[in-house]
Design a protein around this ligand. Sequence first.
Ligand code: UFG
Length: 339
Amino acid sequence: MTQTVLATGGAGYIGSHVVAELLATGRRVVIIDDFSNADPDVIDRIARIGVGRPELVEGDVRDPARLDAAFGRFPVDAVIHLAGLKAVGESVADPLRYHDVNLGGAVALFQAMVRHGVRRLVFSSSATVYGAPRSSPIVEAAPLGALNPYGRTKLMIEQIIDDLVVAEPAFASVSLRYFNPVGAHASGLIGELPRGVPNNLFPYIAQTAAGVRARLSVFGGDYPTPDGTGVRDYIHVADLAQGHLAAVDFLLAGEGKGRNTPVNLGCGRGYSVLESIRAFERAAGRAVPYDIVARRPGDVAECVADPSRAAELFGWRARRGIDEMCADHWAFQSRLMAS
Ligand code: UFG
């Protein structure tokens, strides 16, 4: 029988790639999204990839009536919870909104899952739950902590799931801790559409290469890293999406019951800001002018995953390297400029 997966936030940057990968395996996918940070057009663009069309329930995950409508209409086998706010700076300025949307959404969703007897959950967590990592590469057993309200919501949702699986031992959950997702779908049809000035490095580099921004600010040139700039574990969004598929397969095979298993999704290889700029310049064939400026408050020198648990549990590993990440990111940016 065709399996049905419900993806909250399925119209967003990561969600749309997860949905495309799920459809490509022949599953039915139901998206719940309120389009607060996504373009409604994305549903058509996913369909144009040629792997099928997702079902859509438009609404807010904090709304129990919308959730009941979705669970009532479709025989959901597993849920991937991606909906949530994700801008660190905004979370510092408006923490209550972050707690309301992220925690409120998670609790309402988990209550609906319990009401409807759906017990397989993949949660979109983040390497931000490691706070300021004491060592790198980072294993899942590393100490946890959060440096800002956004990070606290990710950590608290993981803890809420930890509590839930104790009370409901038939429940099985995987919390995927993403490192730095970049790139776009190989079709060029879906990718990241940052609103306003991008906070993250790759969208900023892409817009600078495109001439939308004059110069990139490199935040800090005096970190204890080989070239003095921050090192991150960038992961192609298609690899990240396939990591979700692997987690769903793991749960639907009956694994992980009574547990919330944290799993890193990263490549296990770090690139500095300057290395990333050079790779992007090669892929785009354009210069990315930059200035090295002061460190950004709250940034850490290095954040790289130990991705071995994902390989052991799911047989998953990231396959795409930095050149492919840059090429696909640039192809999407170029299409945006042409349209
Ligand atoms: N950077 C710049 N210039 C910019 C933007 C970023 O030099 O304009 C640098 C940062 O200082 C850092 C690197 O590029 O060294 C990556 O920065 P990003 O903002 O792209 O990513 P972060 O690692 O800071 O943040 C990401 C996610 C957060 C998450 C965090 C920790 O965006 O949601 O990882 O897991 F909280």
